[in-house]
Design a protein around this ligand. Structure first.
Ligand SMILES: *[C@@H]1O[C@H](CO)[C@@H](O)[C@H](O)[C@H]1NC(C)=O
Ligand SMILES: *[C@@H]1O[C@H](CO)[C@@H](O)[C@H](O)[C@H]1NC(C)=O
Length: 117
């Protein structure tokens, strides 16, 4: 049921936004999560990315200061994505391109975020 799925995704988003914190890097997982939460519907359902989602992607790209930030963001996105039922990793990795930008890493369940430069 589509409605149930939307409700589930919405509650996931709400809980992601309050429960997460990560590591030592200057870029917190809370912040990454807030920026990328508008991209979750695309990650699950596909369709069109929203401008809010793209703004989040741009903000994240602009916030990377060093490899720790990129590794932390990678781990954060990977951990959060794993919690979302129906997350489609092909969609997830399409988001930056859809927004006309790039992400310094690809996110899959098998991604080794420690190897991100
Ligand atoms: C995506 O956006 C385009 C252009 O606004 C629109 O024509 C198309 O129907 C949208 N696709 C979906 C799946 O919402
Ligand atoms: C992940 O990458 C790091 C750094 O390259 C490496 O030391 C580590 O062994 C890798 N872990 C796995 C599970 O491949």
């Amino acid at each position: 049921m589509a409605v149930t799925k939307v409700a589930l995704v919405a509650s996931m988003m709400a809980c992601m936004m309050i429960t997460c914190s990560y590591g030592e890097s200057s870029l917190s997982c809370d912040q990454v999560t807030i920026w990328l939460t508008p991209c979750i519907p695309y990650g699950v359902f596909g369709g069109n990315v929203t401008s809010l989602c793209c703004q989040g992607v741009y903000s994240l790209n602009a916030a990377y200061k060093n490899g720790d930030d990129r590794r932390g963001a990678c781990q954060c996105i990977k951990d959060r994505a794993a919690l979302i039922p129906g997350m489609n990793y092909d969609h997830v990795n399409e988001v930056p391109g859809r927004c006309g930008t790039k992400c310094p890493f690809k996110v899959y369940p098998s991604t080794n975020c420690s190897a991100v430069q």
